[in-house]
Design a protein around this ligand. Sequence first.
Ligand code: KG4
Ligand code: ZN
Length: 328
Amino acid sequence: MILSIESSCDDSAISITEIKTKKLLFHKKISQELEHSVYGGVVPELAARLHAEALPKILEQVKEYFPKLKAVAVTATPGLAVTLVEGVTMAKAIAVALDIPLIGVNHLVGHIYSLFIEKETKFPLTCLLVSGGHTQVMEVKSLTDIQTVAKSMDDSFGESFDKVAKMMGLGYPGGPVIQELAKDGDRLKHNFTVPLHQSPLIAFSYSGLKNAVRLAVLEEEKNEHPNFKDIAASFEHIATKHLTMKLKKYFKTVKPTTFAIVGGASANLYLRGQIQDLLKPHNAELILSELKYCSDNAAMIGRVAVEMYEKKLFISLEDLDIAPRSLL
Ligand code: KG4
Ligand code: ZN
C-alpha cells in the first residue's frame, strides 16, 4: 500500500491506495474553505497552520495500515511554499520512521490521474486543467510524456471566479456561488469582451475580463438593491466562451479523440455543457473525474504514486524539495 499526502493549497488530505489493484482504501480530506472565506481567498500562513493541525489528525486514523506501507507519496509541486512544506515534512518523517521509499508527485499530474481513481488509464488524451492555480491544455500520452500546449498568461479560470465572488462580497471559493447565482441570470445582459478574441495565440487570459466585471459590479452597486445575477451569468458565459473559442482554434490542427476536463473548476456545469457541444462535431469522447475528486484531494496523488511506484520513480530524502512552480 502507499500512503499519500496532499497539502498544496487549502485542503489537507491523506489517502491509502493498494498498489496491486490501484484501489483506494482510505481517503480523508479536511478543507479550510470556511477559515479562508472571511478573507475572500487563501491566506498562506493561516493555511500552513491549519495543515499542521489537520494532517496529524488524519494520520492518526491510518495507523493500522503502517505495517503494510511500501512507500509514502506527497505533493511536492506546484503550490504554496509554506503549505507544501507541511506535507513534505510529514512524508519525510514517515519515510524515515518506516524505512520506506519516498515519491514526490506533481499536483497537476495528480489532477490528470483523478480521472482514473480505481480505474485503468486511458491515453492518449487532450486534457483541459481548470483549477484555482492553473488553466492549461495538455497532450497526455503517458505518465512521463505530458506536453503543455496552451496556458494562462495571468489569472486562472477558477481564480477569476474567486475574485468575482470576492468583488460581490460572496466569500471563497467563488466557483460554486457564482455558478449558483448565474443559473437565474441573463448570460447576454453584459457584453463583456471575450479575452484574446482577436489574437492568433492559443493561450488564456482572465485579468481583463476580471477588470470589466469589476466595473459592472461597481455600477450595479449604485442601485438601492444591487442584484449581481446577470453579471455572474454574463461573466460565466464569457469566461467559458474564451476557453471554447481557443479550443476550437486548437482543434483545427489537433483533432481531439478523447478529451478530459480536470481540476476544481471542472465541476462547473455550464463549462461541461459547452465543451460537450464543442466536441460533438469531432465525435470525441468527454471524460471527467467524479465530482468529489475534481477539487484537491489525496486520492489522485495516490493514483499517480502507484504508477510511479511501479516505475520505481523514487526520490531521496535529500533530493525531495518543494517547488512552488511546476515545470509542466
Ligand atoms: O483544483 P482545486 O481544488 O485547487 C487548485 O488546485 O487550485 O480548484 C479550486 C478552484 C477554485 O478557484 C474554485 O473557485 C474553483 O476551483 N471551482 C469552480 C467551481 N467549483 C470549484 N469554478 C467554477 N465553477 C465551479 N462550479
Ligand atoms: Zn488542484
